[in-house]
Design a protein around this ligand. Structure first.
Ligand code: PLP
Length: 402
């Protein structure tokens, strides 16, 4: 009999969004008239910007003509896109990241999930609690529930930021602006982590999927804004949330050439080389038409359209913040992030508050405990619904009787 990867049996049932769906279904069945507003979704709602759409149409036409048809592309991404990313996202911001250090992918979920392929099983891996579940689950898939996976508690007492670990981790996952808590790290705070990683020869896996939502000029958009970070960090970026690519699928991962590790026999190994090997073996590239669409994000019109989309969502975030402030409820985030991390009023636990908000206001959010034990007693609201629905939701929340 063949064996399975038994580590999969150790994963927690992925019950969060299933349970939410079931509870909504049950409620809707008994209240068919209820107009439910979803403020729990992490998916965008605005359509693709016009210049992105036009570029994609053009690329589709190219694919239908013999002379311009494209088959397999480079596994690392087309040069036209890697050059734009290098120029606009990095060099124009004073960061020296070259096209050869950029790998275009089909989503940060895949890349943050797959990066473990190039890392050894002996590493101690630090992951925050609460967390975007992909980091934890993909490590359990690789290692099983192991004492090598260390959780860094992020509570209200430290502004939902992790403290420096007491035990030295080899690999540290950081995500800022953070999902689910909406918190950000200042330049000084991120510098402490970079210095720690350099001193301890640890690797930081930095997920910057929400960098476009940063408003405060003091908050770094990239870990490479911090001196020395190229020697200790891999960064993940996505077109999903800034440009509406959640259904189209495009992302990129930066693996600097100066980032090296020591092999068991003592030679210096380039992580850029390892990731390149991994990608060229297991991945055949993001579709040409999707990369052309992503390239359009970097045109002057594309940049303007994306800025407007992000501003639209951030107006919703501001509206939620104002409504909750008026209500006198405690919350975090929503300033440089589309996520608002609400402390459940009256000391309610996450699921009790979920049920009451659904039943009394017909609003759906995400129970914080679904992102880890330290999320218990908190609740995630998102800015991704329409302005009208968000406005309506806030009016309803004002009438919530504690
Ligand atoms: N990283 C974080 C922190 C996210 O919240 C998400 C999506 O919700 C992703 C990555 C996945 O992004 P993508 O659509 O690029 O796979």
């Amino acid at each position: 009999m063949f064996e399975i990867n038994e580590n999969y049996l150790q994963l927690n049932e992925s019950y969060l969004f299933n349970t939410i769906a079931k509870r909504i279904e049950k409620f809707s069945a008994s209240h068919p008239e209820a107009d439910i507003i979803r403020l729990g979704i992490g998916d965008v709602t605005l359509p693709l910007p016009p210049s992105v759409l036009q570029a994609m149409h053009n690329a589709v036409d190219e694919m239908g003509v013999k002379e311009t048809f494209r088959g397999y592309g480079p596994e690392q991404g087309y040069a036209f896109l890697r050059e734009k990313i290098s120029e606009v996202d990095f060099r124009q911001r004073g960061i020296d990241i070259s096209p050869g250090e950029i790998f275009v992918g089909d989503g940060s979920k895949s890349d943050t999930g797959n990066i473990g392929d190039i890392l050894g099983e002996g590493n101690v891996v630090a992951i925050t609690n609460p967390v975007y579940p992909v980091y934890l689950d993909t490590n359990i898939m690789r290692l099983g529930k192991s004492s090598k996976i260390v959780l860094l508690p992020c509570g209200e007492e430290n502004g939902f930021l992790p403290e420096m670990p007491s035990q030295r981790p080899d690999v540290i996952y950081l995500c800022y602006p953070n999902n689910p808590t909406g918190t950000v790290m200042t330049r000084e705070q991120l510098k402490q982590w970079v210095d720690y990683a350099l001193e301890n020869r640890s690797l930081i896996l930095f997920d910057a999927a929400y960098e476009a939502f940063i408003r405060d000029k003091e908050i770094p958009h990239s870990i490479y804004e911090i001196e020395g970070a190229a020697a200790c960090a891999i960064e993940f970026r996505s077109f999903s949330k800034n440009a509406g690519f959640t259904g189209l699928r495009c992302s990129y991962t930066v693996v600097p050439k100066v980032l090296t590790a020591r092999s068991a026999e003592g030679s210096n190994i380039s992580l850029n080389g390892l990731w390149n090997r991994r990608q060229s073996t297991k991945f055949n590239g993001t579709p040409y038409i999707v990369q052309k669409a992503a390239e359009a994000v970097y045109s002057p019109e594309g940049q303007q359209e994306v800025r407007e989309m992000v501003s639209y969502y951030m107006r919703n975030a501001e509206m939620i913040r104002e409504g909750l402030t008026e209500k006198g409820w405690t919350f975090f985030g929503g300033k440089d992030s589309p996520y608002i991390w609400l402390k459940c009023p009256g000391g309610m636990d996450s699921w009790t508050f979920f049920d009451r908000l659904l039943q009394e206001c017909h609003i759906v959010g995400t129970p914080g405990v679904g992102f880890g034990s330290k999320g218990e007693g908190y609740f995630r609201l998102t800015a991704f619904n329409s302005l009208e629905k968000t406005e309506e939701a806030i009016e309803r929340i004002k009438n919530f009787q504690q």
